[in-house]
Design a protein around this ligand. Sequence first.
Ligand SMILES: NC(=O)c1ccc[n+]([C@@H]2O[C@H](COP(=O)([O-])OP(=O)(O)OC[C@H]3O[C@@H](n4cnc5c(N)ncnc54)[C@H](OP(=O)(O)O)[C@@H]3O)[C@@H](O)[C@H]2O)c1
Length: 292
Amino acid sequence: MMKKILIYLSMEKHASPFDLIEAYDAVDDLVVVPYAGVETNDVAGLINDTIFPRHPKDLVNTAVFIGGHDVVKGDEMMEKAVKQMFDPFRISIVADTDGSNTTATGTVVKVKEAVEKKGESLKGKKAIVFAGTGPVGLRIAALLVKEGAKVAVTSRKMDGAKAAVEKVKQVYNADIKAYEVRSDEDTTKVIGEFKPNIIITTGPPSVTLVKREIWGKYGFVEVLADVNAYPPYGIEGVDANDNIKDVGGKLGIGALRIGSVKNDVQKKIVRKLFEKQGAVIRLEDIYAAAFK
Ligand SMILES: NC(=O)c1ccc[n+]([C@@H]2O[C@H](COP(=O)([O-])OP(=O)(O)OC[C@H]3O[C@@H](n4cnc5c(N)ncnc54)[C@H](OP(=O)(O)O)[C@@H]3O)[C@@H](O)[C@H]2O)c1
């Protein structure tokens, strides 16, 4: 049988062992060929050398995964690669730079599970993403809007928050609200004003963004979810291992529980790459794959 080959492209000095191990564990007998230090301008040549060796009818067995940390560059590389392909020389491709698509998926899957555990749905719920201007936060916002929630993101600078709103609108066709939050007083004020049922934090490691005394004040807050796996965690009182756990009357979801869904989803999308020739797998496809 023809070998399945995954070409792994990364702009980093080293190809990520995390992504390579996930790929090997996803598909039996897979061959992963890692390329590190790839620049956007290298992509066209690498894609040419990937699409032409095999007969088009066999190209379902060849795919590309773009990894690394630079999300902007990763998106550019993805677009360059897709542009370089043409019928019938198409291969499946996905980008998950900094784990942003799979982590956002893992977060929204767990939040949806928590809401449904209460016999409710995400439709019409209000969700706020603190420090939501990074790649993970913006994708969470977009997925929540697609689920029918009303969404706000916060930034330490109003300009940053507005730019985030614009990006989510342009790239994901979703409307969100922006707030500036620089202190505990701002956090209290914004929660009081927006009245979120769901609080999510997507800040950097070891930064607590929402204190217990703040979220504990509000009866309308039902779910607390945090992606930061390094203590102190993003939401005080929510442990990294909490799996839709009762925390002071709210349902708490910790970073490691989100991470475990993220890892499963990453394997699912590697398998998906080899199901159909020429699939361009984007955020919404990754989210949909989580439920299959
Ligand atoms: N659980 C998992 O499986 C998993 C997987 C991947 C990543 N992660 C975690 O997900 C989190 C988000 O990742 P990301 O790449 O989207 O993050 P990021 O871009 O590094 O940071 C997100 C936002 O945090 C804000 N920020 C930075 N420093 C801050 C500070 N000291 N205080 C308050 N806000 C600050 C910034 O917004 P402004 O400048 O606009 O304020 C930034 O846009 C990280 O903690 C990462 O480790 C978790």
